[in-house]
Design a protein around this ligand. Structure first.
Ligand code: PLP
Length: 458
């Protein structure tokens, strides 16, 4: 089929996630044709380095034959098995056990979902059930961070703090509360790590008091690094301090590792970096490296036992047709094997190179901040470094920077406020990383020539 007719068919029928529908109709779709390793090929035959691993999910890289074979073999053998009626499949059970062995502390119980949003959604149901089971049904208020992202289900979108996910949708719910992000580059208390940590802990306490005290609050949610909010890296010790604050307040701590899980920041799970064990943890994306959909909730022993004992002989009424899908689980097992056979190690090496390369962009007139950990990074552009003035909206950073990078053979995430996000596949070689950084510099030089940017700098 000609790509022109694909553009027309797309325009007429396919609704795209988080898009301006009218804007998309005007711009048209960019069709991706194929991909191998860290390189994608578009419909016009242009090859691009994928600096964003799809949607920070293809951690392994594209087109790995043994993953394809694992999926095909599982489809031949047993293409579907429900977990209802106490049924199961070998790959799902094995994957649960392999993961439980690697998760921090006693996060030993796994509930498989189809992706990150329903993993977050599941935690909200589990948290409420848990608080009721321990005789505290009035603990039904939830707290998350400004700039946080926790998915696009109705409940998760309410925990998310990005305005586009609320406007017009009647969100957030009145039981969903926010406290400020640690956002080091723009934190009103400055960038001193201890001051930022102390401020976040104080803000959590203040919000809990405002809501009615610990007896009203069920859980606090945080990403180890805030992804969709602009790759915001907390100071070392922030996660641990918030985890301890939650323990002291008798609030469950839910770590959302949908982006950070599976090697993105270096270790298999980012919580390991901080030496913390959350009460619940969500993952998706890297779990299957984007080959097939799958997410998971990890539950610590005390949460599992409280829910199990609370339900007794009754069914805990939470389940999906495709939970623990055997094909996704078979893919998950092979992906995990490959991570540990060298991909995680390569990601750590290439991640150091990425951070060094991006740090080298700090002298560019538009670069206000460079931040990241491992293969998760961002460059924040400003028109005035001293005043930290963001790029003007008139320069359409999200569209124009994305398009310039694309023309330069690089896929990146360009946020509306002039932040450029990087999350390359962990298989990327050092020379591919160097090329990504070089193409980014070219993109920044071209952005510097943008008349709307120049006008704002004058
Ligand atoms: N939580 C976090 C931290 C995420 O970054 C995302 C997606 O980017 C989600 C949840 C939702 O995951 P999904 O898009 O797979 O539903």
């Amino acid at each position: 089929m000609l790509s022109n007719s694909l553009v027309e068919l797309d325009r007429a029928h396919l609704i795209h996630p988080v898009a301006s529908y009218r804007g998309h109709e005007k711009a048209g779709v960019r069709v991706l044709r194929s991909a191998r390793g860290a390189t994608v090929t578009d419909g016009a035959g242009q090859q691009l380095l994928d600096g964003f691993a799809g949607l920070w999910c293809v951690n392994l890289g594209y087109g790995v034959e043994s993953v394809v074979e694992a999926a095909a073999q599982q489809m031949r053998e047993l293409s579907y098995a429900t977990g209802y009626f106490s049924l199961g499949s070998e790959p799902a059970i094995r994957l649960a056990a392999e993961l439980a062995e690697r998760t921090p502390g006693d996060l030993d119980h796994v509930y498989f979902t189809l992706g990150g949003s329903d993993a977050v959604d599941s935690t909200v149901r589990f948290v409420r059930y848990y608080q009721r089971a321990r005789g505290k049904p009035e603990k039904d208020q939830f707290i998350s961070l400004e700039q946080g992202y926790h998915g696009s289900s109705t409940v998760g979108a309410g925990l998310t703090a990005l305005p586009a996910f609320h406007a017009g949708f009647g969100l957030p719910y009145d039981w969903q509360h926010k406290i400020p992000s640690h956002y080091l580059y723009r934190n009103p208390v400055g960038a001193d790590p201890q001051a930022v940590i102390a401020a976040s802990v104080a803000q959590l306490h203040a919000k809990v008091a405002e809501i009615g005290g610990p007896e009203r609050v069920a859980a606090f949610y945080a990403e180890p690094i805030q992804g969709s909010g602009g790759v915001l890296v907390p100071p070392d010790g922030w996660m641990k301090a918030m985890r301890e604050a939650c323990r002291a307040l008798d609030i469950l701590f839910v770590a959302d590792e949908v982006i950070t899980g599976f090697g993105r920041t270096g270790p298999l799970f980012a919580c390991a970096d901080e030496d913390i064990v959350p009460d619940l943890m969500t993952v998706a994306k890297g779990l299957t490296s984007g080959y097939v959909p799958m997410g998971a909730v990890f539950m610590s022993q005390h949460v599992y036992d409280t829910i199990a004992d609370g339900a007794g002989a009754a069914a805990v009424g939470h389940g999906y047709t495709y939970s623990a899908h055997p094909v996704s689980a078979a893919v998950g097992l092979e992906v995990l094997r490959l991570y540990e056979a060298g991909i995680l190690e390569n990601g750590r090496k290439s991640g150091r190179r990425l951070m060094q390369g991006l740090a080298g962009l700090a002298d560019h007139p538009l670069v206000g901040d460079v931040r990241g950990r491992g293969m998760l990074a961002a460059v924040e552009l400003v028109v005035d470094k001293a005043a930290r003035t963001p790029l003007p909206a008139a320069s359409e950073p999200a569209r124009r920077i994305f398009e310039r990078a694309w023309a330069n053979g690089l896929v990146i995430r360009a946020f509306g406020n002039g932040v450029i996000g990087f999350a390359p596949p962990l298989c990327a070689t050092l020379s591919e990383i160097d090329a990504m950084v070089e193409r980014t510099r070219r993109t920044l030089d071209q952005t510097l020539e943008d008349p709307d940017v120049r006008a704002a700098m004058a």
